[in-house]
Design a protein around this ligand. Structure first.
Ligand code: SAM
Ligand code: SF4
Length: 321
C-alpha cells in the first residue's frame, strides 16, 4: 500500500498520455506551447503499462487516462485493454474534450473503459468556439451522446468563467440532468499558462447563483473524490470542485504521471521525478522506489487554498488536470 507522510493512502494515478491538444482552451493552453515534447521522448504504451503494473501491484485501484487530449494518441483502446486485462476490477476512467469521441466511444468501452468525464464549457457554439479556440460544439455534443449510447458512465466538467460562460451554469446543469449525467463545476485554477484576463467563479458565488433556480442540500464528499456534492429534492446531484478551499487536499489520494514519464505528487507544484530510464531498462525495483519516494514527498496541500500572490506554473495540459 502507498501511504504518504500525512497518512493519506494513495491509490489513484492520473496518466497523461500526451500533452498535445486539438483545443486551445483559454484556462489551460490558449497558445500552442513554444515546443511540444518530441514524440520519441514519450513513453510508449508498453512502457506506461510496465509502470502501471508496478503501481497496481503497490495498491493503485483507480487509473484515469487524460492529457492534453488523450484521444489524439493512436491505439488508446489497446492501452486501455492492456490495463483491463491485467486487472479487470481496476476503476478505469478517462477525461476528454469529446471532440473525437463519437468514433472512439464503442472501442473504448469494448476495451474496458467504464467511466468518462467530458468537458463541456458551453452549449452556445460561438462561446464554445471562443473558449476552445475553434468551432467544437457539434462534435463534443455528438461525443457525449455516443458515450451515453454505448453505455459509458458519463460525467460532465465545466469551468465557469465570468463574462464568458457563467450565464450558462443553469442551462448546462439542465442539459446534464435531462440525461442523468453528473455535472461537476470546477473552480478556475489560476496558472501561468492560462489567458491573463480569465475571471473564474468561486464556489460561494456559484452556489448562490444555482440557489436562485433550485433547492438543494449539502451532501458533502463522496469518498476520496475531490467533488463536493449537492442534492436536489428530486435526487439529482451536482458537484463542485473547490481547490481554493482550505481542506480540499485533506483526502487527496492521487499522483500524476506525464507522457514523458514524470511522476508528479501534486497538481499545483513543479516537483516531479522520472521513472522513464528505470522502466526502459526494465529496472522494476528502482521504478518502484521512485514511486514510493514521490508518494512520500506529496505536499500536505496546494497553494490555491492559501491567499498568496504566487501563481502555479504547472501546465494542466502536461499533468492532465
Ligand atoms: N483535454 C481533456 C479535457 O479537456 O477534458 C483532458 C485534459 S484537461 C487538462 C482535464 C480537465 O482539466 C478538464 O476538465 C479541464 O476543464 C480542466 N482544466 C484545465 N485547466 C484548468 C484550470 N486552469 N482550472 C480548472 N480546470 C482546468
Ligand atoms: Fe486541451 Fe483539455 Fe487543456 Fe482544453 S482543457 S486545452 S481540451 S487539455
Amino acid at each position: 500500500m502507498l501511504i504518504d507522510s500525512y497518512d493519506r493512502v494513495v491509490d489513484y494515478i492520473r496518466v497523461s498520455v500526451t500533452e498535445r491538444c486539438n483545443f486551445r482552451c483559454q484556462y489551460c493552453m490558449p497558445e500552442k506551447p513554444f515546443s511540444w515534447v518530441p514524440k520519441e521522448n514519450l513513453l510508449s504504451f508498453e512502457d506506461l503499462f510496465e509502470f502501471l503494473k508496478i503501481a497496481i501491484d503497490e495498491g493503485v485501484k483507480k487509473i484515469r487516462i487524460t492529457g492534453g487530449e488523450p484521444l489524439l494518441r493512436e491505439d488508446l483502446d489497446k492501452f486501455i485493454k492492456m490495463i483491463y486485462d491485467y486487472k479487470s476490477d481496476i476503476d478505469l476512467a478517462m477525461t476528454t474534450n469529446g471532440y473525437l469521441l463519437k468514433d472512439a466511444a464503442q472501442k473504448l468501452k469494448d476495451a474496458g473503459l467504464s467511466r468518462i468525464n467530458i468537458s463541456v464549457d458551453s452549449l452556445k457554439p460561438e462561446i464554445a468556439q471562443k473558449i476552445a479556440g475553434k468551432d467544437v460544439l457539434k462534435n463534443v455534443l455528438e461525443g457525449v451522446e455516443e458515450a451515453l449510447k454505448v453505455g459509458l458512465h458519463v460525467k460532465i466538467n465545466m469551468v465557469p468563467m465570468k463574462g464568458m460562460n457563467a450565464d450558462e451554469i443553469v442551462d448546462i446543469l439542465e442539459y446534464c440532468k435531462e440525461r442523468n449525467m453528473t455535472i461537476r463545476f470546477i473552480e478556475y485554477m489560476e496558472n501561468s499558462h492560462a489567458s491573463a484576463d480569465i475571471k473564474g467563479m468561486k464556489s460561494a458565488e456559484l452556489l448562490a447563483h444555482i440557489k436562485e433556480h433550485y433547492e438543494f442540500s449539502d451532501e458533502g464528499f463522496d469518498g476520496h473524490s475531490p467533488s463536493h456534492y449537492f442534492k436536489m429534492p428530486d435526487g439529482y446531484k451536482f458537484g463542485l470542485i473547490e481547490p481554493y478551499e482550505d481542506d480540499f487536499c485533506k483526502k487527496c489520494n492521487r499522483i500524476r504521471l506525464t507522457a514523458e514519464g514524470y511522476l508528479i505528487p501534486c497538481l499545483y507544484f513543479d516537483e516531479a521525478m522520472s521513472i522513464k530510464d528505470f522502466i526502459q531498462r526494465g529496472d522494476i525495483k528502482n521504478a518502484a522506489l521512485v514511486l514510493k519516494e514521490v508518494v512520500r514527498t506529496k505536499p500536505e496541500k496546494n497553494r490555491w487554498s492559501e491567499s498568496s500572490d504566487e501563481v502555479s506554473t504547472r501546465a494542466f495540459y502536461e499533468t492532465g488536470g
